[in-house]
Design a protein around this ligand. Structure first.
Ligand SMILES: C[S@@+](CC[C@H](N)C(=O)[O-])C[C@H]1O[C@@H](n2cnc3c(N)ncnc32)[C@H](O)[C@@H]1O
Length: 251
């Protein structure tokens, strides 16, 4: 089953989303006018999510490294980071925006993922076959930004259990300022933490969706890799307005 609404939404919220969608289709204005007035159409939840991404970006300004969005889906987070980078750090050419996803939906479930209190992961599949579509979005993004002769966004297609070690082996120069994990599953989360966490700069941020609620596998991976394997205690924080996202600054 593809996800149109958050698995946390109730019926009233789903119906509001349905109305929002119909309103977008039939609203007055050209497509460009709708894009320029996008706040007419988005939900408070999406505004809060956006604000959380802005906060992580701002928190890591001045920290060396790229931003790894692990779990791209339709590209909301990826393009948020990309647009923030182009708007607020136009000359920071060494900060790449790296988007990792199968681009074919969830892969590498394991038993530990099914023990969450609120979401049955077997019932949900965040499937968005948007690899080629996102390349079009990237090409448009590249038209209008400083230093656009240098690649900014890189999409890495495949199961993170394989792409995380492969990417770091192929790019030994890579440092990270944000590791943003929203795959929700134990095995890919563990792979990212094993191969990306040693590259996270001090002062950089590790952000994970669904901790203490809907992603028991992500919590297990965090404990096993960061705390037990790398011997680092993390101070987990969240945003009161967007508690689905938990983060820790690397000290
Ligand atoms: C909750 S969505 C990500 C939401 C996204 N960060 C956003 O801003 O909308 C989860 C994503 O993780 C991806 N995913 C799940 N398992 C994966 C795996 N083993 N390797 C790579 N990507 C995976 C899915 O394809 C899906 O696009």
């Amino acid at each position: 089953m593809k996800i149109e609404n958050s698995p946390l939404s109730n019926e009233l919220q789903k119906s509001a989303q349905e109305k929002r969608s119909q309103y977008f289709e039939s609203a007055v204005g050209t497509t460009l006018q709708k894009l320029h007035s996008f706040m007419r159409f988005v939900s408070r939840q999406d505004v809060a999510k956006h604000r959380a991404y802005v906060s992580l970006f701002e928190m890591t300004q001045g920290i060396v490294g790229s931003i790894a969005e692990c779990g791209v889906y339709f590209g909301q987070g990826l393009m948020t980071y990309a647009n923030l980078a182009a708007a607020f750090e136009p000359y920071n050419y060494q900060c790449k925006i790296l988007g990792f996803d199968t681009f074919e939906g969830d892969r590498a479930h394991s038993d530990v993922d099914e023990r969450g209190q609120s979401v049955d992961r077997k019932l949900w599949n965040y499937e968005a076959k948007v690899f080629d579509d996102l390349l079009r979005a990237v090409a448009i993004y590249d038209l209008d930004r400083p230093l656009n002769h240098l690649e900014k966004i890189k999409l890495i297609k495949g199961d993170l259990c394989e792409t995380a070690p492969d990417f770091m082996a192929a790019h030994p120069e890579t440092l990270l300022r944000i590791i943003h994990l929203s795959v929700n599953l134990y095995l890919p989360t563990r792979s990212v933490l094993q191969h990306f966490y040693p590259r996270l700069s001090r002062g950089g941020v590790l952000a994970i969706h669904g901790l203490n609620y809907s992603a028991p596998g992500a919590q297990k991976a965090l404990t096993e890799v960061v705390e037990q394997q790398y011997g680092e205690k993390v101070e987990l924080r969240t945003f009161g307005y967007y508690p689905n996202l938990v983060y820790a600054v690397r000290s």
